[in-house]
Design a protein around this ligand. Structure first.
Ligand SMILES: [Zn+2]
Length: 219
């Protein structure tokens, strides 16, 4: 069931670990088969060096019923958040959640990350920032509720005192690319604040980001 999605989710989970975006078993990954209404999602507590497609759990989106799961495993403890995002954003096809260092640093202080470089125009932000979903205990129904406004605003957002989330309309590789940008832009923003002695750097407005286009495209 969902063999291709399981392979894709597994491959991205391993890559995130290898890239240093998800250390110490942190982070979780999922992809949705919208026609079937099924989600392929990483299990809880499996070493990524040992993770294989057969370990990826299959759940029903509508009620969270686990349809396929190897004996002794469970879906990630943060599956309620993934299901809430798919229900809130019917266009979402994949979700990557990380505790990447710089993004999580801004999440710890509850500070949104503004558009300090124009690439943010590719990241599905409507307000030219990564917003912060208010704190709720990881894994709780309250956390699932807390992400609703943030994922309506942006494909990429922070979880207060917790981490970062990126969703994509195509696939888990796309969500992972966005998660990489979330970390990189957070790092650049941190650097800019440091260089400026804490002063806010210049940022792009939502209008400026929306106006950007390839020179070969019609404006
Ligand atoms: Zn987490």
């Amino acid at each position: 069931m969902l063999d291709q999605l399981r392979e894709e989710v597994c491959a991205v989970a391993k890559r995130a670990q290898a890239d240093g975006l998800c250390k110490h078993k942190s982070g979780n990954f999922s992809a949705l088969d919208a026609d079937a209404g099924l989600v392929a999602i990483t299990p809880s507590g499996v070493d990524r060096d040992l993770l294989a497609p057969k370990h990826i759990v299959v759940m029903r989106l509508s009620d969270g019923t686990v349809l396929e799961c190897p004996e002794g495993l469970r879906p990630t403890s943060e599956y309620l958040m993934h299901l809430a995002i798919y229900r809130t954003r019917p266009d979402a096809r994949a979700i990557v959640h990380t505790h990447s260092l710089y993004a999580t640093s801004f999440a710890i202080v509850g500070r949104p990350v503004p558009a300090v470089i124009y690439e943010m125009f590719t990241l599905g932000t409507s307000q030219a920032r990564f917003p912060v979903a208010p704190y709720a205990r990881p894994g709780s129904p309250e956390l699932a509720d807390s992400v609703v406004d943030a994922c309506r605003e942006s494909d990429c957002f922070l979880l207060e005192r917790h981490g970062a989330v990126a969703l994509d309309e195509t696939d888990v590789a796309g969500a992972y690319l966005k998660a990489c940008y979330v970390e990189e832009i957070s790092h650049l923003y941190f650097n800019a604040l440091q260089i400026g002695g804490g002063a806010e750097p210049a940022t792009f407005s939502a209008e400026e980001l929306a106006a950007w286009h390839h020179p070969d495209d019609k404006a």
